[in-house]
Design a protein around this ligand. Sequence first.
Ligand code: NAD
Length: 424
Amino acid sequence: MTTKTTTVPAEHQSMFDAVLARLDVAAKIYGLSDEVATILKNPQKQVKVSLPIMMDNGTMRVFEGFRTVHSTILGPSKGGIRYAMDVCDDEVKALSAWMTFKCAVANLPYGGGKGGIKCNPREMSVGELERLTKAYTTAMADVFGVDKDIPAPDMGTSGREMAWLLDAYNKTHRGNFPGVTTGKPVGLGGSLGRDAATGRGVMISTLAALAKMKLDPKKVTAAVQGFGNVGSHASRLLNEQGIKICAIGDHTATLWNENGIDIKAAIEFVKTNNNVLKGFKGGVEIKPEELLTAKVDILVPAALQNVITGEVAQNINAKLIIEGANGPTTPEADPILKDKGIIVVPDILANGGGVTVSYFEWVQNKYGRYWPEAEVNEKHDASMNAAFETVWKNAEQYNTTMRMGAYITALQKVESGIKAKGWY
Ligand code: NAD
């Protein structure tokens, strides 16, 4: 059986168009040169591969794999690998551009890249996933590299896939290159603190925003969409700061509890329940869309893109949105949220904790010395707080939103890099 050629799914608006729409608005506010804007609208490299895999039942399937290097202006391209059925060239292109901006906002010496395989990992066996990951790595052997293009986990992948990727890369290149990927298991050169880092960054961004809004974390409530890597760690860490989490949800269940959900119990439950919330009794079941418009102070979308549409935005009750996911808000929703006075801490700032600790992992791999978790967390928190302040100042100076403040922060850095290197 062969999978069909991927086009942009009809139900999804082009994500790359959403990137370009924001880029155009930010370029105008900031006064970006046309030359730099043109460069950033065209990813540097796009690779698509076909991956024939023998399935456990003896049938042959050919999967589509993608990797886009959006920019290497500020350093090697950095970005995760996603396993999901909606992976396509448009999505990977958009996510790679966001990585360029995210790394620049986080002040890391990296450009942006992203990859993915169109597949449903939940319906595949461990053996099939290992073969697929290793086939993808071998096909991308000339794209990846410690100082060239460095993958990491994203939706549908984790340290397990990064360990397989490292193994295939090492065998292809006949050596040991732990820095070729980040988000690895700690025993293979991964960093302590990496697993929780994106959720930790969400927590630090939330505290920074609450301080600006003069709100006490112990007196506010939150709803978190997604209970995977980002959503579960974010829920736990926000809860540890005294924030009451009244709604959580994943693709199997959405729960509400006005007294606050027992997040530790939810995490324990999913560990022994195939990683899903279905069956957890810590709240009443609500419709998935009700989570986004729930009566809470903080909304954390930490699952999918394009969930906060113009229509949803009209009905949002939260005062603060922290974008744990990449691209959860459509461009149409931006002005609606602004008019409603809702502060949005954008993805390219709020979920930058993951790539920040990925950078620390890469540094530790190069250095050959490993830091205690407390040191990783301390460096992470300082870096996230500094990024938040820079974005906040830019938003104030240009009299615009946090999203535009973040884009402007990124554009300033990338533009100066391009101009310093010259136009060739
Ligand atoms: P994950 O695969 O670990 O978890 C995804 C979660 O989303 C799961 O709980 C899943 O059930 C849920 N989900 C899927 N479909 C849903 C639906 N229709 N409604 C509600 N929930 C649904 O993925 P992750 O790594 O947590 O990534 C989540 C988002 O965060 C993605 O946008 C990803 O790009 C972004 N992100 C991840 C990282 C990272 O370090 N993992 C870093 C930055 C950004």
